[in-house]
Write a protein that binds this ligand. Structure first.
Ligand SMILES: [Fe+2]
Length: 232
């Protein structure tokens, strides 16, 4: 069986080298990519990825005396294909900074304080409806080192693995109404306003929130013309 997927529209994707973000010049290829046929090593695996990379608890916030500082939120992310059909079984990795803007990562050299009760990252498997749900705290904005006053808006990083090694998408989810969204070099490297809007979660009615958390709903399209832009 064969099928075709609508190619991504370049306007809906990041420009690659982002003005004002020096790292992108080193990360983005300066030469055209060499097209190489894919072989079975790339198209037949990984088998049972969730066994090699086991899922974690869907809770970064903790409870009681072990509760992370910050505003409790509940993220409902739905992984869908180009037709809006759910992608059950997708392996979704999620990470973000704490409520002071500090990542749980050795490369974060900022003087923002760590939070010993904040887990920092989760690995989840999408259910039948393509849904992953995460209880966490809202990440803070943080300033980007060695820039002229660039602050990243609050955001959550997502990595989605599909059924083969080549089907991986890394992107970011943003929060509605944050004034920093309008100035973020990474979000605004996507030229199409509708594509940028798809990167921003929707706040659901508070009454529907489990455990009195604010609920954010986010649809993550993994391929086709409305695919989420690749972001670091
Ligand atoms: Fe980040």
């Amino acid at each position: 069986m064969s099928w075709t997927v609508e190619p991504r529209d370049p306007r809906t994707q990041s420009e690659g080298v982002v003005a004002g973000y020096a790292h992108t010049a080193r990360r983005w290829p300066s030469q055209p990519l060499v097209v190489r046929p894919h072989d079975t090593g790339e198209l037949s695996g990984p088998a049972k990825l969730e066994r090699r990379l086991p899922p974690s608890k869907a809770d970064l916030a903790g409870r009681g005396a072990s509760r992370a500082l910050g505003q409790l939120i509940h993220v409902r992310a739905r992984v869908v294909d180009e037709d809006g059909a759910p992608v059950p079984g997708a392996l979704v990795e999620i990470w973000h900074c704490n409520s002071a803007g500090k990542y749980l990562h050795p490369n974060d050299s900022s003087d923002s304080p760590p939070d010993p009760n904040f887990r920092g990252n989760a690995r989840l498997v999408a259910g039948d409806g393509g849904l992953v749900e995460l209880r966490t705290i809202k990440p803070a904005a943080y300033s980007v080192p060695d820039t002229d006053g660039w602050w990243r808006p609050p955001h959550i990083h997502f990595s989605v693995w599909g059924r083969v090694w080549l089907s991986r998408l890394v992107t970011q989810m943003f929060f509605p109404g944050d004034p920093l969204n309008d100035h973020d070099a990474i979000l605004n490297a996507v030229r199409d306003p509708d594509a940028r809007a798809r990167c921003i979660a929707r706040m659901a009615p508070t009454a529907g929130g489990p455990g009195n958390a604010l609920v954010y709903e986010y649809q993550l399209v993994v391929r086709g013309r409305k695919a989420a832009p690749r972001m670091p």
